[in-house]
Design a protein around this ligand. Structure first.
Ligand code: EPZ
Length: 427
């Protein structure tokens, strides 16, 4: 297994380009199941999770081709065509690798009237049930049985529109039902829908494919189902989590970066919190610049559904607060087990105590390098940030987590002055 070695202490200087959003790209790819025509996605990132979903979609019968490799102007262009669905089963070995695979459920039932999708099971950050996806499809007329670890869904006469009120905000359930509703009979209303930019991106792509959706960007989505959808060309939005991660990399090293393609409008809550901590942002023609003004100050943060502070930046924020002056209370409200980075940061000299869903971080003047590892993507990248700021050498194991969500991470950081390298390994 590969490792990443960092010698910390160099302030980052230069520019970093952010890619297409992983969490927008995954549902967009599954939207290709809704039509027998070609869906072309521009700016599709090249990540391990995208490859996993490619394998699953190919199993369902989707033909997938890279039309153009990444260029500065477009990112990768990939076309997907589900002329015919040849298999409606999403097997355990692929779904357990990546929970987002469950996003094939809504499109498959809507298009084929049946689907058999493995239940994803829990993961490192929490139990993460999919009950809201299932209940929503049942309200739309699907018969669902759980059998042998699989969700068996049937709607032989097609799905029908329904009025669905989510008891809590779920990005995945909103996306699954949005896609299903696009091919259902009549009107579907999704109330308390997720407002994450990735949901809006999916909705705009569906509209380009012929769907009729009102309320995009709000918590109430109104969808008029269509008998069929058609092909489209759609550009994937930029990755706000990658954007926020690199902004924090500039801040934690006391450097300054221009984030090319970064969209401050997507990370307003993050900009506000970082601003209070002493980080300065300025819009530029190509994105924005970010630098640490003087010292860093501790600020309290609570994760919330969009437009609140994203859970996917909580671990990175915690790494930053480890070297701030004063204390920061970081509260995680979305996932029940998303503090796996805490003991690893502590091994690097951080002073953090967990009280239920909150972590109290008392800033220390310096972190020291250590061998560390983490069990999820964002926890792993928070250790990279800590390593960039630490004295001495940090070695991060289980790099495959990073490869799921950050394209060419070490290359991008090294180009800005970080002493970082990947060590190929076999163990
Ligand atoms: C999406 O996951 C993202 N993944 C996650 O990104 C992100 O952390 C999360 O949204 C929250 O923003 C993708 O977009 C592929 P949810 P998702 O359904 O859709 C509970 C990353 O690092 N819930 O909004 O799975 C659930 O347990 C990641 O890139 C139910 O109880 O998240 C959680 O506590 C990881 N029942 C909360 O809702 C359900 O049926 C929010 O989950 C569904 C969810």
């Amino acid at each position: 297994m590969d490792r990443i070695r960092i010698r910390g202490g160099s302030p980052l200087k230069g520019s970093i380009a952010v890619g297409g959003a992983k969490n927008a790209a995954l549902p967009l790819m599954t939207a290709s199941l809704l039509t027998d025509e070609t869906l072309t996605l521009v700016n599709l990132p090249d990540l391990a999770d995208i490859q996993t979903l490619t394998r699953l979609l190919e199993r369902h019968g989707v033909g997938i081709a890279v039309d153009a490799p990444a260029s500065a102007a477009t990112g990768r262009v990939v076309s997907l065509r589900a002329r015919e669905i040849t298999d409606v089963t999403a097997p355990y070995d692929l779904v357990r690798k990546m929970r987002a695979s469950v996003l094939v459920l809504g499109p498959l039932v809507a298009r084929c009237g049946q689907a058999r999708v493995s239940l994803p099971g829990g993961c490192a950050i929490g139990a993460r049930p999919v009950d809201l996806h299932i209940k929503g499809l049942e309200q739309m007329g699907a018969r669902i049985e759980l059998d042998g670890g699989y969700i068996n869904a049937a709607a032989p006469d097609g799905l029908r529109g329904a009025h669905i009120v989510f008891p809590m905000v779920s990005v995945g359930a909103t996306e699954n039902l949005l896609m299903a509703a696009s091919l259902a009979r009549g009107e579907t209303v999704l109330v308390n829908a997720a407002r994450e930019p990735e949901v809006g991106d999916l909705a705009r792509c569906l509209v380009a494919m012929g769907a009729e959706i009102d309320g995009i960007g709000t918590d109430t989505l109104r969808i008029q189902g269509k008998e069929r959808l058609h092909g489209a060309v759609h550009r994937v939005i930029s990755d706000r989590i990658e954007t926020g991660t690199y902004a924090m990399a500039a801040a934690i090293t006391g450097g300054s970066l221009e984030i090319l393609g970064g969209d401050l409008d997507q990370i307003q809550a993050v900009e506000k919190v970082l601003g209070a901590a002493g980080v300065v942002f300025e819009r530029t023609e190509r994105g924005f610049s970010v630098a640490r003004a003087n010292g860093l100050h501790g600020v309290d943060v609570m994760t919330e559904p969009f437009p609140g502070f994203p859970t996917d930046l909580q671990a990175q924020m915690m790494a930053l607060m480890c070297v701030a002056q004063g204390a920061a209370m970081i509260t995680e409200t979305i996932f029940e087990n998303r503090f796996m980075h805490v003991p690893e940061l502590a091994r690097m000299g951080a002073n953090i105590t967990i009280h239920g869903a909150s972590a109290l971080v008392r800033g220390t003047p310096r972190l020291t390098g250590a061998p560390v590892m983490a069990t999820d993507l964002r926890a792993s990248v928070s250790l990279v940030l800590a390593g960039l700021a630490a004295e001495g050498e940090t070695e991060i194991n289980r790099v495959y987590h990073l490869d799921r969500g950050y394209e060419r991470l070490e290359e991008k950081l090294a180009a800005c002055g970080a002493e970082i390298e990947r060590i190929k390994g076999s163990e």
